[in-house]
Design a protein around this ligand. Structure first.
Ligand SMILES: [Zn+2]
Length: 340
């Protein structure tokens, strides 16, 4: 039997992996701009393969690709009629692959872009969107739900209510696009304290910030709440000048987000170091968001002392013809040019 989320959190760190939308966009299966996961119905094998790659790299949670698979977004791309099929299929695919490695399956909802704290009517719209998505997810069978990239505490609380109405454990994370406050004016740590008090099992941050600018914020949250804390940064080198991936600028001075971020990508070593920092801070759920590749996840898993299926192919540079101790005389002649 697969250990539950609560059991895993009691036993140690849970390693997560996300970033499905960005990675499948790079692979040519999702359109940048709308970022709707049409791939779930159009190329299910591509989704299955990426789940499997993250699983082999050590991810313990297969997150159903229902990010932006909500009514508002599907209407934008003229596929509102596919809403239910897309949501159900995404959970089924995640379940199929999770079974290959005793991983958990998470249902997934995100910010809807429909919420307006100044307009109470939007609360009902958002609730209805979450209720239909998560109702299908619950029927297909998920172990818990991740509500993520929340800009507003108010919208996150609606997701939490819907998740609890379904009797499922909730992990709720905020998108820290601003320096300290959610869009509805709560300090991130305060917002997390409120979510925990309302019954979220795991609270924290995901997306937008790279490790360097997200870790200080999660330290505050760790000090504030008693419950499990999650951190899932983007693997981009954000810093004090450009604290989020949206603020990073290309060499031409243009916004690099979302499809010109490649030069800022963290190496696997950066992400391994991040995983250790997060463990040191007492973070319970350590993952990665938009921009992630399986090599990042494997490096994080191995930094945490795990051997995972993909470790079979982890680097052995001592076997490289040019890096081995006994470089042949013929190949050693290349060394001056390799040394620049
Ligand atoms: Zn993300």
């Amino acid at each position: 039997m697969t250990a539950s989320l609560a059991e895993r959190l009691r036993a140690g760190i849970v390693l997560g992996a996300e970033g499905y939308v960005f990675e499948l966009e790079r692979r040519g299966y999702i359109k940048a701009g709308p970022f709707v996961p049409e791939v779930v119905l159009d190329y299910p094998d591509a989704v299955r393969e990426l789940h499997r790659e993250f699983l082999r790299a050590g991810a313990e949670v297969m997150v159903a690709l229902t990010y932006y698979a909500h009514r508002e977004k599907l209407r934008d791309v003229g596929r509102e009629g596919d809403l239910e099929a897309m949501n159900r299929r995404a959970v089924r695919i995640a379940r199929e692959v999770a079974r290959e490695g005793a991983a958990l399956v998470a249902g997934n909802v995100c910010n809807t872009w429909a919420y307006d704290p100044e307009d109470p009517a939007t609360r009902d719209t958002v609730r209805a969107m979450y209720a239909e998505q998560l109702g299908w997810a619950a029927e297909e069978g998920v172990d818990f739900v991740i509500s993520e990239t929340n800009d507003y505490l108010g919208e996150a609380l609606i997701a939490l209510e819907v998740i609890q109405d379904l009797g499922l454990p909730a992990m709720v994370t905020l998108a820290p696009t601003q320096p300290h406050l959610t869009r509805d004016g709560y300090e991130y740590a305060d917002a997390c304290r409120i979510l925990a008090a309302e019954g979220a099992q795991v609270v924290g941050l995901n997306c937008d910030r790279g490790p360097r600018t997200m870790v200080p914020l999660i330290a505050r949250i760790r000090d504030t709440v008693e419950c499990a804390v999650a951190i899932q940064p983007v693997p981009y080198r954000t810093d004090a000048i450009a604290p989020t991936m949206e603020t990073l600028l290309s060499p031409k001075g243009e916004r690099a987000f979302p499809i010109e971020l490649d030069p800022f990508t963290c190496t696997r070593f950066d992400m391994a170091k991040f995983a250790l920092q997060a463990r040191e801070l007492g973070v319970d759920y350590i993952g990665i968001c938009c921009g992630a590749g399986p090599h990042h996840v494997r490096a994080m898993a191995e930094a945490l002392g795990r051997e995972v299926p993909a470790s079979r192919y982890s680097p052995s540079m001592g076997l490289h013809p040019m890096f081995r101790a006994d470089v042949s005389a013929k190949d050693a002649a290349f060394l001056p040019s390799w040394n620049g």
